[in-house]
Design a protein around this ligand. Structure first.
Ligand code: 5AD
Length: 512
């Protein structure tokens, strides 16, 4: 391996396949995982995207107070925490706001409307919004701004938010985003204390106004909400029940994305492979993957996050049959111990999980594997933890996103009496991450000398380096030029570290 491994971060990207991020090596919590993580994205892109306000009757869950703010919401600022679903929701919200004629601005200082799209997957993530809101306390700068809180913490806290943070005027969970135009109308007229907290909606957040940030990779939601009841997880309470989008709408959006110039699509869902087709076409998830991959102009299709329980062999067959489906599967394990898995209510055993992995390993294509793991779940013994380590050694993932268990409100595991000490959780996390770091170094170094097709996503002038991603979602840095950005190039791997590769342009480029 070269001694100087340069890593260039691609700005504003959430977890894989969104971001080159260290997932092992350092003590403390992993940076992120495929569907989640510590994304912290500020939406500030400029440019008009249509105009005209949506008419709509005043309609909120709760009665509201009115202050003199009517008609003054001209600029907005959104900051996003959490998973790719949140990032994509913010893209949709931004589209809705811009369609009303509002302009995004670079910082909350300049904004009439400030929105925080929040994450509550772990306690640390949930706390972030409260520290942000501190600067808007009544009587301090920004008191005249309209502040809204969206996403999972909004849903979790509901109206309590107004008590905790009286500067907030809007609290809206993701299952109520279809109400946003009406709620925004009310905010414009100066109403305060508006909520959108209904969970029992059958609707997806459908909008054609989405304002996407990444010029190459487009997120496309295919299923919202979650019906699983994993005992550690807050998502069913914050994102509502599962709602699948019909295949014809998904395919129409995929075609629109190609028309807009996208070549890579990432299908999103909390449990993406639980998708079922509500339309008469009745496609299976694997059939949907193939149909999206066949849309002319699409070069890469990814999907996240899969649940092992619904991971069927036809998904692997679809990847084998369609070169446009990326060689990458993220399959959260959570624990390598069947006992812990049962307490987590995951619905599979260690052996069943491994069977799925063996099915993936038998594929014709060399599919890259990543996973999420929680250490220190209630009652996890030293032996249970050893089982997780041994499974990691057996599978040899390309990436592992690991987290200390964090008790969440209203989950079945909340308040369990067999909690593991924080110090011990930290020790286990460090041990796991060190093991995985060694595996990643080994696996990445095995690629030395290979030529890889890379979609170039960025260029750093100071270093003269371009950065891109392989079909397996590996990050590769190589000497390049600004013109390379957005192109598919062939890069030969010259050195490899745990989290990224370094390469040089190969003689012959792949089709551009
Ligand atoms: N504590 C720690 N990690 C969690 N995750 C979900 N809930 C918790 C929790 N309460 C992790 C899981 C999941 C990923 C999105 O976040 O690994 O797959």
């Amino acid at each position: 391996m070269g001694s100087e491994l340069i890593q260039i971060m691609v700005a504003n990207q959430p977890g894989p396949p969104g971001a080159p991020r260290s997932s092992s090596g350092a003590a403390g919590e992993a940076a992120s995982c495929a569907a989640w993580g510590l994304v912290n994205e500020r939406i500030t892109a400029n440019g008009a995207y249509g105009a005209g306000r949506r008419p709509g009757p005043a309609n909120a869950d709760q009665p509201s107070e009115t202050v003199a703010t009517a008609g003054r919401l001209k600029t907005f600022y959104i900051e996003t925490f959490g998973c790719q679903m949140n990032v994509h929701d913010s893209e949709k919200v931004q589209g809705v706001l811009m369609a009303r004629g509002m302009t995004p601005v670079e910082s909350h200082h300049e904004a009439d409307l400030v929105l925080y799209n929040t994450c509550s997957i772990r306690e640390k993530a949930a706390q972030k919004v409260f520290s942000r809101l501190g600067v808007f306390r009544k009587g301090r700068s920004g008191a005249r701004k309209v502040i809204g809180v969206l996403g999972c913490v909004a849903q979790q806290e509901g109206e309590r938010f107004f008590e905790r943070a009286p500067q907030v005027s809007l609290v809206c969970g993701s299952a109520s985003y279809s109400k946003l135009p009406e709620l925004l109308d009310q905010l414009e007229t100066g109403k305060q204390r508006l909520t959108g907290l209904t969970l029992d909606t059958g609707e997806c957040f459908e909008t054609e106004m989405t304002r996407r940030h990444n010029p190459f990779r487009a997120y496309l939601t295919i299923i919202e909400g979650c019906d699983q009841r994993c005992s550690f997880c807050v998502v069913p309470m914050t994102r509502g029940p599962e709602r699948s989008r019909p295949s014809d709408k998904i395919l129409a959006e995929a075609r629109r994305l190609v028309d807009q110039g996208y070549t890579e699509i990432q299908l999103l869902g909390q449990i993406v492979n639980a998708w079922h087709d509500p339309s008469l076409a009745r496609l299976s998830f694997a059939e949907l993957l193939s149909r999206v991959a066949e849309v002319p102009g699409i070069r890469r299709v990814r999907f996240t996050t899969s649940h092992p329980r619904y991971f069927t062999s036809d998904i692997v067959q679809a990847i084998d049959a369609n070169p446009n489906l990326c060689e990458q599967i993220h399959l959260p394990l959570q624990s390598g111990s069947t006992t812990v898995l049962a307490r987590m209510l995951r619905g599979y055993t260690r052996e069943e999980y491994l069977e799925k992995i063996h099915g993936i390993r038998k594929a014709r294509r060399a599919i890259s594997l990543s996973t999420d793991i929680i250490v220190g779940f209630c009652g996890e013994t030293g032996k249970d933890f050893e089982q997780t380590l041994s499974l990691i050694k057996e599978v040899e993932y390309d990436q592992v996103f690991s987290f200390k268990y964090s008790p969440r409100p209203n989950t079945l595991a909340e308040g369990s009496r067999d909690a593991i000490a924080e110090e011990e959780k930290g020790r286990r996390l460090t041990e796991l991450q060190e093991l995985q770091r060694q595996i990643q170094v080994r696996r990445n170094q095995a690629l030395l000398g290979e030529s890889i097709e890379v979609l170039v996503e960025g260029y750093q002038a100071r270093l003269g380096q371009a950065v891109g991603r392989s079909t397996t979602n590996r990050v590769i840095n190589f000497p390049g030029s600004p013109e390379d950005v957005g192109r598919y190039l062939t890069v030969k791997v010259t050195s490899a570290g745990p989290n990224s590769l370094v390469g040089a342009r190969a003689e012959k480029d792949s089709r551009v």
